[in-house]
Ligand binder design. Sequence first.
Ligand SMILES: [Ca+2]
Length: 92
Amino acid sequence: MNDELTSKHLLPVFILLALATLAAWREPLGVYQVYPPTPEPLCDCSADLYNCSDLSTQFEAQQCFDSCWVVRGFDVHRLDADGDAVACEALP
Ligand SMILES: [Ca+2]
């Protein structure tokens, strides 16, 4: 009698757990489909397209330099002429 009551009361809990598990399993797959595995580059790293004079701040130049370094593995735009990994030191 007690066992029967217990299983009847637990049935909705099991259903909820199953639905929650299913939802948690689907969610990460959806996220992976929406966002690409590699971050979008902050500037075009396909070729030498920018000079320091094209950028307005050192921060902007540094972001471009850093993201292209990750994508291409070298200073595509030659923003770091002296090779100290700080791009466009002359910019504000
Ligand atoms: Ca430099």
